[in-house]
Design a protein around this ligand. Structure first.
Ligand code: SF4
Length: 380
């Protein structure tokens, strides 16, 4: 159980605690889309409507102290489940209630787009990430089933420390593994894991990811000067996990990570593209599909997702719901939609640019400097 002081601290940071181990917090992109100012990269990559997305976790605690995490080192950590186990129906109802309460202020706001706000009252997607390690909740399969029954799609992000939980997880819309470093030594430095066998756990999770039939994704968070090398070793891990998609994202200089890292550790978007192109030389079975510049992230997909008329990385949510509830066998190929917008902005790499063009480019990107709003919307 959270101490009253820890709960107060989290509430000051705009988290709403649900029961004894879950929490919701409005994603900055949800607010952005309600204001009519655009959605997150998962809208562009997969078709998730940010105004209808609920960002939450089912475990505030996790088993790492990642250097790049926005959480402070006072945030709860534990190897084992340390809470009572709340009822899935309670978590579902109360999370949605808290999420909608957090959005209620948009009702009287002149900044809100009325249609977007009206739509936000119907939650259609849950991002189980936010903070901590959601996959450790012992009744996760019951909870995701309840979400699917309500027509809510499910993304879960795990830091690859709980192979048993990955193994027993029922089909969800998209399962993520965060792979934060390419070697055992670097992973220890970057994630500061509690488990002494953290490397074996990561490798087991990768093996298990490869066996999943529904959509899978590996996310790399690149910290300039720290985990941006050893491309061959990254490729070995990625091949082992055999994900459908790869997201390569810049570390964001936000929250308490600012006390551990420097702003220079945050790669520019073009540096992410350079890294990705170099990594792709070791991964011929993948191609770069699209990018989202404000979040400094690119998405790669297995070549099989490219059909004759273009890329298919979006999700057919209605079909997913029917398939998930049928409890029959289905795979990632069964709920695809065409990706409307693909390709890069075509700026080339920084090194390839003429000096003047490079200067203009860097000026343009300076508007994406981190501020309170970007801080809030890059938690997921
Ligand atoms: S929580 Fe994630 S999926 Fe949902 S709007 Fe925010 S960034 Fe997008």
């Amino acid at each position: 159980m959270l101490t009253p002081q820890a709960k107060l601290e989290l509430e000051k940071q705009h988290y709403r605690i649900v029961g004894s181990h879950s929490a919701v917090k409005t994603c900055g992109w949800t607010k952005s889309m309600i204001r009519g100012q655009g959605g997150c990269y998962k809208l562009k990559f997969y078709g998730i409507m940010s105004n209808q997305c609920m960002q939450m976790t089912t475990s505030i605690s996790c088993a790492n102290r990642c250097t790049f995490c926005w959480r402070g080192y006072k945030a709860p950590v534990s190897k084992e489940w340390a809470w009572q186990v709340d009822d899935p129906q309670y978590i579902l109802e109360n999370s949605i209630e808290q999420h909608l309460k957090l959005l209620a202020g948009f009702g009287g706001s002149s900044k809100a787009n009325k249609r977007s706000f009206a739509a936000s009252k119907e939650v259609k997607h849950v991002a189980l990430s936010l903070t901590g390690e959601p996959i450790t909740y012992p009744k996760m399969n019951e909870l995701v089933h309840k979400f699917h029954e309500q027509g809510i799609s499910t993304f879960i992000v795990t830091n690859a420390q709980y192979p048993e939980a990955v193994k027993s997880l029922a089909p969800i819309t998209q399962l993520y593994l965060s792979i934060d470093a390419p070697t055992k030594e670097l992973l220890k430095e970057v994630d500061q894991p509690l488990f002494p066998d953290f490397w074996e756990r990561t490798n087991q999770c990768l093996d298990l990811l490869a066996q999943k039939k529904q959509r899978t994704c590996i996310r790399l968070t690149i910290i300039k000067g720290i985990n941006d090398k050893h491309l061959k070793e990254y490729a070995v891990l990625i091949k082992k996990g055999d994900p459908d998609f790869l997201e390569i994202k810049s570390y964001m200089f936000v929250g308490e990570s600012r006390e551990r890292l420097k702003e220079e550790n945050m790669p520019l978007h073009e540096e992410i593209i350079e890294f990705t192109k170099a990594l792709l030389k070791h991964l011929p079975e993948y191609s770069l599909v699209t990018e989202h510049i404000p979040s400094r992230v690119v998405m790669l997909a297995k070549n099989k997702f490219k059909k004759k008329d273009g890329w298919y990385t979006w999700i057919d949510f209605d079909k997913f719901k029917r398939l998930a509830l049928s409890r029959k066998y289905f795979s990632a190929d069964d709920y695809l939609l065409k990706t409307p917008q693909t390709g890069l902005s075509g700026k080339g790499t920084l090194d390839e640019m003429p000096v003047e063009k490079k200067k203009k480019f860097l000026e343009r990107y300076s508007k994406y400097k981190i501020n309170e709003e970007t801080e809030e919307r890059d938690l997921d």
